[in-house]
Write a protein that binds this ligand. Structure first.
Ligand SMILES: [Fe+2]
Ligand SMILES: [Fe+2]
Length: 277
């Protein structure tokens, strides 16, 4: 079994599904795609954990061209692409009989069936650069600040999900492990919300692979200290934008996220204390 290949495919599928979930307009289908994205995330972590347990080396690389396939004009084409990607995953599992792969095979087969019953007609407007938020009036200044924030932060959230997941499977300290899990899931949620706003404004951008030196061979103490700073910076960025933006709904959302970032700093600090004690 080629762990690197299956991990990369699952990683790409996670990215495709989470972005696809904010690209279609039909609410029920968005939920379905988001559910699948969360399962693909869990599949990814399970595979990575198996890789670590079996001492098989792997990295978090992916091919941008593979995820860019989802940049299509119609939701119905998008669903077809997602189905065929799951078919390709099933082909990769062929001949493998192991608990994790058997679970993935069963889940993916069901998702293909589920997607077969989906009926969508919407156009995809996530990349059309219309720069408007439906029902929300923003000054030009607020709009530019928001767009800049969304582009920066969607990428940062993706990066954090990847790094926290990598550290989680490589850590053998229970408190740190639990903190990384919570941080990764909060970041999945932030990514989804930011990507949703970017999609509505037609400025959605897909992530790029992360350089290996961002996650490989990092001393966990050094990483925790640096990331407490990162989380505090994320809190500050949200606060600055919340003050700048001339819309209550958006500024309330940004304040809510900034308080979560503050808690992320606390989770990392607890992990650091557990390691140092
Ligand atoms: Fe975040
Ligand atoms: Fe955070």
């Amino acid at each position: 079994m080629n762990y690197q290949q299956i991990i990369q495919k699952t990683h790409e599928d996670f990215i495709k599904f989470i972005y696809a979930s904010v690209m279609v307009q039909e609410a029920d289908v968005r939920h379905k795609l988001n559910d699948i994205a969360l399962f693909k995330y869990r599949h990814l972590v399970w595979l990575m954990q198996d890789g670590v347990n079996k001492k098989v080396p792997f990295n978090m690389d992916f091919e941008y061209e593979n995820i860019a396939k989802i940049r299509v004009d119609n939701s119905s084409d998008l669903i077809e692409i997602l189905k065929s990607e799951l078919d390709k995953s099933l082909a990769l599992y062929e001949g493998i009989n192991d608990a994790t792969i058997n679970r993935l095979r069963s889940d993916d087969s069901y998702f293909i069936e589920e997607l077969g019953r989906v009926d969508v007609e919407s156009k995809i407007t996530a990349f059309n650069e219309n720069k408007k938020l439906p029902g929300i009036e923003l000054s030009d200044e607020s709009k530019s600040a928001l767009i800049f924030f969304l582009m920066e932060e969607t990428f940062k959230e993706y990066e954090l999900i990847t790094i926290y997941s990598y550290l989680k499977v490589h850590s053998d300290i229970a408190v740190a492990d639990a903190a990384f899990t919570d941080l990764a899931y909060d970041s999945v949620y932030h990514l989804k919300r930011f990507a949703d706003l970017a999609s509505k404004m037609g400025v959605l951008t897909l992530p790029r692979p992360i350089p290996h030196d961002k996650y490989e061979n990092i001393g966990v103490v050094k990483f925790l200290k640096e990331n407490i700073e990162e989380e505090m910076d994320a809190e500050k960025q949200c606060l600055i934008l919340a003050e700048k933006i001339d819309n209550k709904e958006l500024s309330d959302f940004l304040l809510f996220v900034s308080r979560q970032e503050l808690y992320h700093g606390e989770l990392l600090q607890r992990a650091l204390n557990a390691i140092n004690s």
